[in-house]
Design a protein around this ligand. Sequence first.
Ligand SMILES: C/C(=C\C(=O)SCCNC(=O)CCNC(=O)[C@H](O)C(C)(C)COP(=O)(O)OP(=O)(O)OC[C@H]1O[C@@H](n2cnc3c(N)ncnc32)[C@H](O)[C@@H]1OP(=O)(O)O)CC(=O)O
Length: 267
Amino acid sequence: MSYKTLDVRVDDRGVAYVSLNRPDKRNSLSEQMIEDLTRMAGTLGADPAVRAVVLSGAGEVFCAGGDLTWMKAQIEADRATRIREARKLALMLNALNTVPKPLIGRIHGGAFGGGVGLTCVCDVAIAETATRFGLTETRLGLIPATIGPYVVARMGEGNARRVFMSARLFDADEAAALGIVARAVPNVELDDAVEAEIQPYLLVAPGAVAAAKKLVRSLGPRIDETVIDDTIRRLADTWEGPEARAGIMAFLEKKVAPWAPGGHDVS
Ligand SMILES: C/C(=C\C(=O)SCCNC(=O)CCNC(=O)[C@H](O)C(C)(C)COP(=O)(O)OP(=O)(O)OC[C@H]1O[C@@H](n2cnc3c(N)ncnc32)[C@H](O)[C@@H]1OP(=O)(O)O)CC(=O)O
């Protein structure tokens, strides 16, 4: 179980602690991290000794979303490459969403774009009160495409219209009100809160847990192959447009995008 961008440790109770480990790039979802997360979901999901998985991030923020350097490469690529790369992101999210174990998110610092997506594919997430959340894609000329189904399933269409279209940041209490996280706790209580969340899962039948998770997915909004394919196409379409190029280049060059003359509030 060796990964280039993840730290994985399984304790003697069968709790797997997985930490995104690219803190210098704010744990943004590089191609390697997407591959590692997909493999991790398959490996831990199939391991009968694993009873629960905790997903966290190293460093200052949980996850800064899709790696914008990787996305810049997609802007330069041909259509077939764009579709193939967008599919990797979508299949990683699907793998985590369907992992047949309890997946518990430990969210701190910040979760932006794909970082909110990762939070929403967890069965339950607990956030540090100071965490900032944002579906920031439209700031960058992008859309929350592949993460969209999981986020909308949590917050509903009305809330999604507001936060997808405005890209405004919100705090952990609002994230709890929106259903993205179960609750917000002060940083000093975060690890205890996550441990308390794990406990009940260690007392229930693993096969029934997996079946219950499947049941809930079949009762909630359907995120099937057709929906996933549609989000892949939408992301590839967005990468083709002039706004994505301008927004991503502005971020990477530490400039302000042309549609935000005063800059964005990131505090
Ligand atoms: C999944 C889909 C879409 C997306 O997710 S699009 C991405 C959405 N994410 C964002 O909008 C967040 C972008 N990042 C930030 O706003 C800030 O970095 C931060 C997270 C608020 C942290 O700020 P801080 O001041 O602490 O750090 P720096 O900005 O100096 O960043 C340090 C270092 O990390 C690099 N970096 C940060 N985020 C990313 C990223 N998303 N991609 C690539 N690189 C990132 C940053 O460039 C700095 O690098 P240096 O080399 O040190 O300059 C699509 C779908 O849903 O389908």
